[in-house]
Design a protein around this ligand. Structure first.
Ligand code: FAD
Length: 396
């Protein structure tokens, strides 16, 4: 019988893995991709929707090329349970899929438990994080539009590690572009749980001072203890209470639920340790984990670009395993994170990560990568091209 692989999640990691498993096995592996959403909505560029420079439609793509061009079997459902001892994945509708190997790329889930005000599901639904692109992105944009001039937009940044380290700081710029145009007396207040801006810090701070003087305020070490949602306020561990006109609470994060259910979240019960040569779980052979859900290597961001790279290392290793070759390669992967700091200008940070056998990890290659000297429209064009390229690499 032909080998069967089930891929859970059609985001940056899962969609890429499904496509490349089919391509590199030349159709020799049966691949089923399970994803509840009918269409893919990209988090990268979604901050531009808040700034009013893109629409959500611009960032929404179809899955149809995966079955049509590559023969991926696409099932729009959720995986409710992985029963790895039986090599079975049970879907939300009761269907059971058999597999030889399973790939989990479920992204992140939010950890509301630490915030007492968010203990009920109803309260959780009120929190606008917009940290998964879609209806919440539009809801946050509408709140910004409804805010009177002179209001304060408050965004809380969770402790590391979280999805997209530069994302909150890009968001601050995007909201400020909108305020400059439409509500010039308004302010952006960043309440960051971390000690400092965690990515491109000096560059972001320079851009905030130069492009948005007096508009963006940054407060580090704001450790969120609770929220007061009816009054749109947040409360720190020290008891500081900050009220917002628009509150964007980005909660702390962990691997998606299915990774915990499957039993592969062996890094503090939050993230999944993997063998970086194959992205196979260190706890459960035959289960691979990609993207934001993994316990990252040092200096490895939780990014769509990285998830795409994880997927290719994993697909290559799985094809090799089924073809009876040695699975363990010595991968070299890369990352680029662009951030739009105005409607047209962007900055980037890049790095190359190579497998180090002694450390059993992916380590940044000395001298590789780098940082933009400043923001430019040329980088803005590259950033748009980056998005189009990665979307077509995963979905076209
Ligand atoms: P996702 O892409 O989130 O995919 C997970 C998928 O799994 C989802 O489609 C979900 O529906 C599905 N799923 C979950 N559970 C189940 C289940 N039980 N059964 C079936 N399906 C399931 N990255 C960059 O590289 N560049 C950027 O410029 C960038 N900008 C960003 C800006 C913002 C505002 C944000 C929030 C993120 C940004 N990112 C960026 C980060 C990027 O979006 C993530 O790192 C990337 O999406 C991770 O890919 P993934 O496959 O792990 O998860």
């Amino acid at each position: 019988a032909r080998p069967q692989v089930v891929v859970v999640g059609g985001g940056f990691g899962g969609a890429t893995a499904a496509k490349y498993l089919r391509l590199w096995s030349e159709g020799g592996i049966d691949v089923t991709l399970v994803e509840p959403n009918p269409r893919f909505v990209s988090c990268p560029l979604s901050n531009l929707v808040l700034g009013g420079h893109r629409t959500l439609d611009d960032l929404t793509l179809d899955y149809d090329a995966l079955p049509r061009r590559y023969g991926v079997r696409l099932v729009h459902a959720s995986v409710a349970e992985v029963r790895h001892d039986r090599r079975e994945a049970a879907l939300s509708d009761g269907t059971v899929l058999r597999y030889d190997r399973i790939v989990l790329s479920p992204g992140v889930e939010f950890m509301f438990d630490a915030l007492p005000a968010l203990s009920s599901p109803a309260a959780r639904n009120q929190v606008v994080h917009a940290w998964k692109a879609g209806p919440q992105t539009l809801a946050l944009r509408r709140q910004l539009e409804a805010m009177p001039d002179g209001g304060v937009f408050v965004m809380t940044v969770p402790p590391q590690p979280y999805r997209c380290p530069p994302g909150p700081y890009e968001r601050a710029c995007q909201v400020a572009t909108y305020f400059q145009r439409a509500k010039p007396r308004s302010k952006v207040l960043i309440l960051d749980a971390n000690d400092d801006v965690v990515s491109k810090g000096a560059l972001f701070k320079r851009i905030w001072a130069e492009r948005y003087p007096g508009m963006i305020e940054y407060q580090p070490q704001f450790r969120l203890a609770d929220a007061d949602l009816p009054n749109a306020a947040v409360i720190s561990e020290l008891g500081d209470r900050v009220r917002a006109d628009v509150l964007n609470l980005i909660p702390p994060q962990r691997a998606g639920d299915i990774a915990l259910q499957a039993g592969v979240a062996n890094a503090n019960g939050r993230w999944c340790h993997v063998d970086f040569r194959s992205f196979e779980s260190t706890r459960m052979p035959g289960v691979h984990v990609l993207g934001d859900a993994i316990q990252v290597a040092p200096l490895m961001p939780k990014s769509g670009h990285m998830a795409n790279q994880h997927a290719k290392v994993c697909a290559g290793a799985i094809v090799a395993a089924f073809e009876g070759h040695e699975m363990a390669g010595s991968p070299v992967i890369n990352n680029t994170c662009y951030s739009f700091v105005t409607g047209k200008e962007a900055i980037h940070v890049a790095s190359v990560h190579a497998y180090d056998a002694a450390a059993r990890s992916l380590i940044v290659v000395p001298g590789s990568g780098g940082l933009s000297p400043g923001a430019s429209e040329l980088e803005g064009r590259y950033a748009g091209d980056w998005a189009r390229n990665i979307w077509s690499d995963m979905l076209a």
